[in-house]
Design a protein around this ligand. Structure first.
Ligand code: LFR
Length: 467
């Protein structure tokens, strides 16, 4: 059958990449054409994303891709969720905030004063995270920005807007705002009205696979921009190489998104209290999952040690952590909100442990082991809860994303969940982005099962058995 190429732009919290995927009915190969850092910048009003730098790299990456390959059928963009730019008459107002900025506490209070947590969950089914767009917007109102803004675009939509001129809201990512109806069809006008947000602020919704427009970037050829699962987690879940529906996934990077795939949301109070979110997936699936703090805990610890002048070699540190005897280190609650902001992570973990009368690790290797054991424990707890709340049986756990390279984490996850863990693909997000575009371009056909089957046939996967 016909083969062709598409370009995936995948922006993560610490770096971005532009990749070209070569796809056909029996082929799926992805090459990286550009990698770049994504370094947030703190100024007196808070922590921001450097969106112009990101856009410059996206444009250069697309140019690299078209130079490398003359059959690029389309471009698709994904990034982390919830963050956005506000515009007025097409011009960006201010610098988009980073979701780890702490201005949202007042926004949470403002929203909950009008719509309490129970009712809010029935409206949007989202795990309470203080940075959900709905809370950020309430903070924005306090700052007066909503008085002038006439458009909100989530970050992948903002970049697509700069590339094409079009203004859309891609559904999977729009579902993380907390302002969509639970069937995903429309913006929740009742909720918008009660919270005092103008419904004209929100762009027309599009679904993964729809054409957004054509690139109109100086010097380059026009290339169609296709909506993908523009929420990175939605793209990653597309590329989970599961063979049947009895699987759980862990999309493991800065965050660990742990859950199952459903056809309908679960909006019960038990689900809310267990911290499960109902985010929209590609092909109208529900990503029923819990946000676990993820490798942020380790990355931020390493950053702290390096800032203290220690020369940390990550592979060596992980090898030492693997040699720490089992049971030597305690586990802590990775969900504690104190771990959200940037800063000295080992000190915060030590404080948590001391408050809970647990021994504090003495070495960096012990800290590392303690973090990974705690993550694996959080994964196990989440999967057990997901089984209880959905009535599903989980017989295999798929770890995808950068974290699947961490063999110690994979091994601990197999042990603590008591289930086989299948690791890979590492580039799940870019792969899901590529697959949705390839299907829209007619290079592959079928439903998620068929796309996952292609991933399984084209990737070497590692399995870890519980002991
Ligand atoms: C993962 C992710 C999560 C989201 C968090 C913040 O990269 O997109 O799914 O909860 O980042 O946006």
């Amino acid at each position: 059958g016909a083969a062709g190429s598409v370009t995936a732009v995948d922006l993560g919290a610490s770096g971005g990449r532009v990749m070209v995927g070569h796809v056909g009915p029996d082929a799926l190969r992805i090459e990286t054409v550009r990698r770049f850092d994504n370094i947030p910048v703190s100024i007196p009003d808070g922590l921001h994303w450097n969106v112009l730098e990101l856009y410059r790299n996206v444009c250069s990456g697309i140019a690299d891709a078209t130079r490398r390959c003359d059959d690029v059928a389309s471009v698709g963009i994904d990034s982390w969720a919830v963050d956005y730019g506000l515009l007025r008459s097409g011009s960006l107002l201010g610098i988009p905030y980073h979701y780890r900025d702490d201005r949202t506490a007042a926004g949470v209070r403002d929203v909950h004063a009008v719509v309490g947590p129970e009712e809010l969950y029935r409206h949007n089914g989202l795990q309470h995270l203080p940075f959900n767009t709905v809370f950020q917007l309430a903070a924005e109102r306090r700052a007066g920005l909503l008085d002038v803004a006439d458009r909100l675009l989530l970050l992948p939509d903002l970049l697509a807007h700069w590339l094409t001129g079009a203004e859309v809201a891609e559904r999977t990512n729009a579902s993380t705002t907390g302002l969509l109806t639970t069937d995903g069809r429309a913006w929740n006008t009742e909720l918008l009205e009660r919270l005092g947000f103008e419904s004209s602020l929100f762009a027309p919704l599009v679904s993964p696979g729809e054409r957004i427009g054509d690139t109109a970037v100086a010097g380059g050829p026009p290339i169609p921009v296709t909506a993908v699962g523009s929420h990175d987690t939605a793209s990653a879940v597309v590329a989970v190489p599961a063979a049947d529906e009895s699987f759980a996934y862990i999309s493991c990077g800065t965050w660990s998104l742990v859950g199952v795939e459903l056809d309908e949301p679960i909006l019960s109070d038990e689900s809310r209290l267990a911290g499960f979110t109902n985010e929209r997936g590609v092909d109208d699936r529900i990503r029923y999952l819990h946000n676990v703090m993820g490798l942020w805990l380790l990355d931020e610890s390493v950053a702290q040690w390096r800032s203290e002048g220690v020369d940390v070699d990550l592979p060596a540190l992980l090898a030492e952590a693997a040699d720490v005897p089992p049971g030597r280190v305690p586990v802590f609650d990775t969900d504690d909100e104190r771990f959200l902001p940037p800063g000295d992570m080992p000190a915060r973990i030590a404080a948590w442990l001391s408050e809970h009368d647990e021994p504090v690790p003495r070495t960096r290797a012990e800290f590392t082991r303690c973090i990974l054991e705690s993550l694996a424990q959080a994964y196990a707890r989440t999967i057990t809860e997901a089984e209880k709340l959905t009535g599903r049986t989980v017989s295999v756990v798929h770890i995808v994303g950068g974290g699947c390279r961490n063999t110690l984490l994979c091994r601990l996850t197999a042990e603590r969940t008591g289930r086989p863990v299948v690791a890979g693909p590492v580039e799940a997000t870019a792969t899901g982005n590529v697959l949705v575009q390839a299907r829209a371009a007619g290079l592959v056909h079928g439903g998620l099962d068929d796309l996952r089957d292609l991933v399984r046939r084209t990737h070497a996967l590692e399995t870890y058995q519980p002991s």
